[in-house]
Design a protein around this ligand. Structure first.
Ligand code: B12
Length: 231
């Protein structure tokens, strides 16, 4: 088992390699982490996910742009592909936080943002059902009923496509009033989330999981209360 000092050295190296989108280095250090007995969940959270938050900050500070984001995303998935089987084997995944459906609304093919969000939920140990881009309303409803997911995350990058969101929100809540709905994408604001009758919003990948945890806590609290009232 690696010493605490050695562990921090490897986690720091993973963050640095990811920020520098050095895919080979990320893979090498992910394997080293496993070889030296470092918890793969910690390696993915404090190495890869933390590194991606640094990348998000560089993007927000306009030091990184879409191409760098894609290269870092590739490097992260290369590292996750090495760590995920070990996380599964360690049973840490059984602590799955919650389940979420993600998709870009119909008529919209902008999926870079949605893929970054998916990545954050992946590394945070959520069960993610990714419906992709240009997703018709019915698919969101169908998939929510099939998976009974706690949260549905809708993404839109265009003012012309985001206008379909209120109808999706309405249909999802008609079919399952318990479901919580998060909205996101460049044209989305907290005011629009309220106007569209949804429950949550995150401006970027850096805050999406926290927002989902907030919604999940509310959901669990309500379920508890319902349980008590029935008794
Ligand atoms: C890259 C891009 C493309 C690429 C998309 C590649 C891909 N695979 O995604 C391509 C070239 C295909 C493209 C096509 C078009 N595009 Co374009 N595109 C862009 C661009 C430059 C960047 C978008 C991007 O990836 N940003 C980076 C990601 C990381 O940021 P993000 O998506 O906002 O996601 C973050 C947050 O919003 C949030 N988030 C996102 N989704 C979600 C979901 C949830 C649940 C949560 C919690 C958070 C969340 O977290 C993400 C990560 O931090 C934008 C300009 C812009 N600044 O937005 C124009 C832009 C969106 N495009 C635009 C247009 C008009 C088009 C086209 C119609 C152009 C044309 N005439 O063909 C086509 C439309 C195709 C279609 N049907 O969708 C316009 C939209 C204008 C409008 N109406 O609102 C924009 C704004 C450019 C402009 N200024 O005019 N585009």
């Amino acid at each position: 088992m690696a010493s605490e000092e050695r562990t921090q050295e490897i986690l720091k190296g993973l963050r640095k390699a990811l920020v520098e989108f050095d895919e080979d280095k990320v893979k090498e250090l992910a394997q080293t982490a496993l070889d030296e007995g470092i918890d793969p969940f910690i390696a993915s959270m404090e190495g890869l996910a933390e590194g991606m938050i640094e990348v998000g900050d560089l993007y927000n500070r306009k030091e990184y742009f879409v191409p760098e984001l894609l290269l870092c995303a590739d490097a992260l998935y290369a590292g996750l592909d090495i760590l995920r089987p070990a996380i599964k084997a360690s049973g840490r995944e059984s602590e799955a936080k919650g389940s979420i459906i993600l998709g870009v609304v119909e008529g919209d093919v902008h999926d870079i943002g949605k893929n970054l969000i998916k990545m954050m939920f992946d590394v945070a140990g959520w069960t993610v059902h990714d419906l992709g881009k240009d997703v018709p309303l019915e698919r969101f409803v169908e998939e929510q009923l099939r998976t009974d997911s706690d949260i549905v995350g809708l993404s839109a990058l265009m003012t012309t496509s985001m206008v379909s969101m209120p109808e999706i929100v309405k249909k999802l809540k008609e079919k399952n009033p318990k479901v919580r709905i998060m909205l996101g994408g460049a044209p989305i604001t907290p005011e629009i989330v309220e106007k569209y009758g949804a429950d949550g919003y995150a401006e970027s990948a850096g805050t999406a999981v926290d927002e989902a945890m907030r919604l999940l806590k509310m959901l669990k609290k309500e379920e508890m209360k319902e349980g008590e009232n029935k008794r």
